[in-house]
Design a protein around this ligand. Structure first.
Ligand SMILES: Cc1cc2nc3c(=O)[nH]c(=O)nc-3n(C[C@H](O)[C@H](O)[C@H](O)COP(=O)(O)OP(=O)(O)OC[C@H]3O[C@@H](n4cnc5c(N)ncnc54)[C@H](O)[C@@H]3O)c2cc1C
Length: 345
């Protein structure tokens, strides 16, 4: 994450316009909003970051509206099974159950959760507008962007079906489930090698599959893989199929040079070919980092625009865990509270 000191001096030391200007802007906004209100805060996204921000802002009487997404509400954890590393659940919890709990907890304090996709946002100025798919425009004094990040997929037919049943995108999350097993990692960058090396703590053997004849990873990372007796590297190889009825049993492979096909018996496949922060809505308005995450000022959620805050995986190129996303959502909620209090004082 690039935390360039001072780049958001304007946003942090925000200057608000006169009360008359703010009120005029609010009036304008009111007339254009089918929602017919200027909300204190609108939260885009309903993963751990968005729901945590909703819980905190609701408990601070800021009446948050959460635009949760139509088919992706609940975020990435809706696509997984056991979550064993989220604190507070001794025996773990299923991903969808954890997200349903967060949703209900936010609603208990009055969060207004709407299962709609945001199609555009105007984030400049004191009153921000957010438009959802049916054309409804919501106006808000503060916006929290918590749209997450999407792991790149291989695009194979059975990849989604076996997600959480052997196919994973996160060694930190799922490595523990593969004790004494033979598994594979696909990718050739630093993160693929880091995942493969980490997975050797659990697995008996990790096959690192790369479609080219050399890695993109740094020399030091490559050496780590070459030196690890539990890692076997398959060069010039791509995965063309994932097989298994209820869980991963084997991979179909193809040699990218000769076209020769083969099968590899594994019980797990970690896809480590990168991820894309979901910044489509804001990329032309907010400053981004070199990793394409939304740039925030230090440990805060303050973005390059006053009144716009960002939290969760969309600001995080490194940790990307449910607990870090939730913590980041809390930070955003507290930042919003302080921002609105400063506007009102
Ligand atoms: C398969 C899998 C298993 C995982 N397992 C674990 C685990 O065991 N433990 C762990 O700690 N972490 C795990 N993770 C990582 C964890 O899921 C993420 O770090 C976490 O979900 C990030 O939270 P977030 O709120 O930032 O984003 P997300 O959970 O990605 O949520 C993003 C939200 O934004 C919404 N959104 C996006 N665009 C729009 C739009 N235009 N309009 C409205 N809404 C929008 C989506 O609907 C979604 O609600 C796993 C990830 C995956 C993919």
């Amino acid at each position: 994450m690039s935390n360039q000191p001072g780049i958001f001096a304007n946003a942090v030391n925000l200057k608000v316009g006169s009360a008359a200007e703010a009120s005029a802007a609010s009036e304008d906004a009111r007339t254009t909003s089918a929602d017919d209100a200027v909300h204190d805060v609108v939260i885009v996204g309903s993963g751990p970051a968005g729901y945590t921000a909703a819980i905190y802002t609701a408990r601070a009487n800021l009446n948050p509206v959460v635009l949760a997404g139509s088919v992706t509400a609940g975020g990435e954890l809706m696509n997984t099974t056991d979550v064993e590393n989220y604190p507070g659940f001794i025996d773990g919890i299923m991903g969808p159950d954890l997200m349903n709990n967060m949703q209900q907890q936010a609603e208990r304090f009055g969060a207004d959760i709407r299962y709609e996709d945001v199609v555009s946002a105007e984030l400049d100025g004191e009153i921000k507008t957010v438009t959802v798919e049916d054309g409804t425009v919501l106006c808000a004094r503060a916006v929290i962007i918590s749209t997450g990040s999407e792991y790149r997929k291989l695009g194979l037919e059975d990849e989604e079906r076996l997600s959480g049943h052997g196919v994973s995108w996160c060694a930190t999350c799922d490595g523990f489930f593969f004790k004494k097993q033979n598994i594979a990692v696909v990718g050739g960058g630093d993160s693929a090698i880091e995942e493969a090396t980490f997975l050797t703590k659990f697995a008996d053997k990790v096959t690192l599959i790369h479609r080219r004849d050399r890695f993109r990873a740094s020399e030091i990372m490559q050496q780590r893989a070459f030196d690890d007796p539990k890692i076997e590297i398959l060069w010039n190889t791509k995965v063309t199929g994932i097989q298994g009825a209820d869980k991963v049993e084997s991979l179909a492979l193809e040699d990218t040079v000769t076209g020769e096909t083969s099968e590899l018996a594994v019980t797990g496949l970690f896809v480590a070919i990168g991820s894309d922060p979901r910044v489509g809505l804001v990329k032309d308005q907010l400053e981004l980092t070199v990793d394409n995450t939304i740039a925030v000022d230090g440990r805060s959620s303050t973005t390059s625009l006053a009144g716009v805050f960002a939290a969760g995986d969309v600001v995080d190129a490194t940790y990307r865990q449910a607990i870090t996303a939730a913590g980041s959502g809390c930070v955003a909620a507290v930042d919003v509270e302080h921002y609105l209090a400063a506007l009102d004082s």
